[in-house]
Design a protein around this ligand. Structure first.
Ligand code: BGC
Length: 416
């Protein structure tokens, strides 16, 4: 079935079961790159097709840093949106401040505990209560490859970070940019956590990046990881270092760059450009993370309101987000996979199918971890990582020993 006919038929079905009185919601999110905007369009389109109104607050900036700043100032001026894309620590912080609507009742009515895997349930809970509706699962530990460059240079995609450096060197000598990556805090933190996962394994990753254990942060393993991180600097382009993650994906698709290390939201850019993920651009686990799954559970939280009409609209929005047909249509475009247990995604691309397979195995083998940047760390801790890692990455003669101490100190004081 084509995407359009799937969309229309699942919508008809849902319309029949949906008690639609026109509702209006304002939704704040940061899905503004080409692929993300298309997915946000599916979200909006579904809502409007149910006879409702949508007011869009789209704030650009990968990873949502700017969106979170706007949200804070909206909340301070007592005009939060009706709903917002919030996840991980930020979600819990907003909930702890009492801004978010408790969704326990709807979760019970719709049987969330039977239909969602436990890591998804945990991701949308604060203090034992549901505070957001999960909308998709992203795999953060992904490596994207332009196969034409690899074939031309007769190279094999790297499966360890040592391999990565060797392959990158050959690509650079051949005149291509080895790694499509912007030199900004968010992209650097993303890269760093994936090197930690690939070189340290999931247990070390949990200790250092999630528990923020100072011993792990100053260990020999961390020194080795810092060394690799530093050695990557020559392999990103000086000319395009300011570009956002999605502009970097464009360089990969255009054949100017050979690899990108980034979550599978990149897939939204690939399908949005009418290329086939898994064929035109290959998807692999980031080096050293085969069998592991680092996740972002994207979720939509509802802000408390005293207006009963708004409350009803929020209720309908949550119901819609949890509809199988909606999740199917949205995640197909977004690059993620739906949040439900035992789902069928046979009509998704090869990379999504791979993602679901790896997720299932990682759950069984205890190799499932939250993305440190996307889910686990607070804004303060993320800033501490950025404050140390960004100058280190760009300073040719920086000493990893000193940096490991500084990192442990900065992260520890941000953790308090
Ligand atoms: C979110 C994705 C988003 C990406 C880039 C991640 O933190 O989970 O939904 O596409 O940031 O903006």
């Amino acid at each position: 079935m084509s995407f359009r006919s799937y969309f229309v038929s699942s919508l008809m079905l849902s319309l029949a079961s949906f008690n639609a009185t026109a509702s209006s919601v304002e939704v704040l999110h940061w899905w503004t790159s080409g692929g993300e905007a298309q997915a946000a369009g599916v979200f909006k389109g579904y809502w409007q097709a149910l006879g409702n109104e949508w007011s869009d607050s789209a704030i650009s900036g990968g990873g949502g840093g700017s969106a979170m700043t706007v949200l804070k100032s909206r909340a301070l001026s007592d005009s939060p949106p009706d709903a917002a894309h919030l996840k991980g620590t930020e979600l819990r912080e907003w909930a702890s401040l009492g801004f978010l609507r408790n969704l326990d009742e709807i979760a019970k009515q719709e049987g969330w505990e039977h239909i969602l895997p436990s890591f998804v349930l945990q991701s949308v809970k604060y203090d034992g209560h549901y505070v957001a509706a999960p909308i998709g699962i992203h795999r953060a530990n992904a490596l994207w490859i332009n196969p034409k460059i690899f074939a031309k240079l007769n190279l094999t995609p790297p499966t360890t970070w040592t391999d990565f450096l060797q392959v990158a060197d050959k690509i650079k000598q051949a005149g291509y940019t080895p790694l499509a990556m912007g030199n900004d805090e968010w992209q650097l933190r993303n890269l760093f956590e994936l090197i930690v996962l690939g070189e340290g394994g999931s247990q070390f990753y949990r200790q250092s990046m999630i528990d923020l254990d100072p011993t792990a942060l100053q260990s020999d393993t961390m020194l080795h990881i810092l060394n690799i991180f530093h050695q990557i600097r020559p392999y990103i382009s000086d000319n395009t270092g300011r570009l956002k993650w999605n502009q970097q994906s464009q360089l990969l698709m255009d054949g100017q760059a050979a690899m990108q290390v980034m979550g599978d939201w990149v897939k939204g850019e690939i399908t949005g450009a009418h290329l086939i993920p898994g064929k035109d651009i290959l998807c692999l686990p980031s080096p050293g993370t085969d069998g592991m799954f680092s996740y972002n559970v994207d979720s939509i939280a509802m802000f408390n309101t005293k207006n009963p009409t708004k409350e009803t609209a929020q209720y309908h929005l949550v119901q819609m987000i949890m509809m199988d047909g909606f999740q199917h249509a949205f995640n197909k475009v977004k690059g993620s996979i739906p949040v439900f247990k035992n789902q069928k995604i046979d009509d998704f691309d090869a990379c999504a199918q791979q993602s679901l397979k790896e997720l299932t195995t990682a759950i069984q083998k205890n190799e499932l971890v939250p993305s440190a940047d996307g889910m686990a760390n607070s804004g303060r801790v993320k800033q501490a990582f950025a404050d140390i890692l960004t100058p280190f990455f760009n300073e040719k003669n920086a000493d990893p020993h000193t940096i490991a101490h500084q990192l442990a100190r900065a992260v520890l004081s941000a953790k308090r």
